[in-house]
Design a protein around this ligand. Structure first.
Ligand SMILES: O=C(O)CCC(=O)C(=O)O
Ligand SMILES: [Fe+2]
Length: 325
């Protein structure tokens, strides 16, 4: 099954925020102010505070010497829940096309954009873009390969245990963050973890803004040209029985430049169930999460607001030695 959905930003309010952005305000209208934001932003440049970079070519090389790249992937998934993927073989011509169309879309007048918003739901809402179709297919391919390698690293015995994830749904979110005169007063996207198994993010116009929470600090992600920023989502955390964690992240806004990103969510199929992969559940490592139908999981999720990882916690089984953090 390969169902696609297109989400225009997180909310239909996007076009209105864009209109607001045109007004050259010098301060933030009160309704957009979000007081009491999380700890100060820590901005380091040292490599120990940069998300790991994984080279897809090396990952897929038959050469057993290259196993070190697999280990790097495992480390990134365990310690960071985030990594950048380079040499992913999605052509840069295609990526440029998708970026350009996205920028053009956000430049459309509000009335045009509203039409897309109302159609909602499917790829056609975005205007039957061939580039987008091709991009979506390429990403399906990339995510499939990465998911399988993650399964291999975790020692999931049989890829059948991952079918719900491997044959899952793909949804895209086109995020638009206007420039904001007082960036510290607002948040582009509130802290959250993703529902997906994997999320593949493409920054569209070379403006950074993504921050991830590591060791209680917010670390800005500085993306490499044409790299995908990939993160573990909640449903993969469940599948991995808690070994790979989905990490909270947020998007800040820039004082001078608007920012655009495309998030592609690779999620379990709706007719399946999610739970820890059976081969990872042993007497020594009991199930940390309940097994549940994906539809029921989604129902529970959408009845809550975007609030950190609280929903994943609701799925947790409290084992004696279970770690409930
Ligand atoms: O735009 C970004 O940097 C983050 C987007 C994101 O986290 C999401 O769409 O779930
Ligand atoms: Fe996200």
């Amino acid at each position: 099954m390969d169902t696609k959905e297109i989400l225009l930003g997180r909310t239909m309010a996007v076009p209105f925020v864009q209109e607001l952005a045109k007004k050259a305000l010098t301060s933030v209208p009160p309704r957009y102010v979000l007081p009491d934001q999380d700890p100060p932003i820590i901005s380091h440049n040292s490599s120990s505070t940069q998300v790991p970079v994984i080279d897809m070519k090396r990952l897929l090389s038959e050469d057993f010497m290259m196993d070190s790249e697999l280990q790097k992937l495992d480390h990134a998934c365990r310690e960071w829940g985030f990594f950048q993927l380079i040499n992913h073989e999605v052509s840069s011509t295609l990526i440029e096309k998708v970026k350009k169309e996205t920028e053009e879309f956000f430049k459309l007048p509000i009335e045009e954009k509203k039409k897309y918003g109302q159609k909602g739901g499917d790829v056609e809402g975005y205007g039957n873009s061939e580039a987008l179709e091709a991009y979506s297919a390429e990403l399906k391919n990339v995510s499939g390969k990465i998911l399988k390698l993650m399964g291999k690293n975790l020692r999931i015995m049989d890829t059948n245990e991952m079918t719900t994830m491997l044959e899952g749904r793909q949804a895209m979110s086109f995020n638009y963050y206007p420039a904001c005169p007082e960036p510290e007063q607002v948040i582009g996207l509130a802290p959250h973890s993703d529902f997906s198994g994997l999320t593949i993010l493409l920054e569209v116009n070379d403006v950074q803004g993504l921050q991830i929470k590591k060791d209680e600090m917010w670390i800005p992600v500085k993306s490499l040209p044409d790299a995908f920023i990939i993160n573990i989502g909640d449903t993969f955390e469940i599948l991995s029985n808690g070994t790979y964690r989905s990490i909270e992240h947020r998007a800040t806004v820039n004082s001078l430049k608007e920012r655009m990103s495309i998030a592609t969510f690779c999620s379990p199929s709706l007719d399946g169930e999610i739970g820890p992969a059976p081969s990872l559940v042993t007497p020594e490592t009991p199930a940390m999460f309940r097994r549940i139908g994906v539809v029921d999981y989604c129902k529970g999720l959408f009845s809550r607001k975007l609030d950190g990882k609280s929903y994943l916690d609701a799925m947790r089984i409290q084992n004696e030695e279970g770690n409930s953090n």
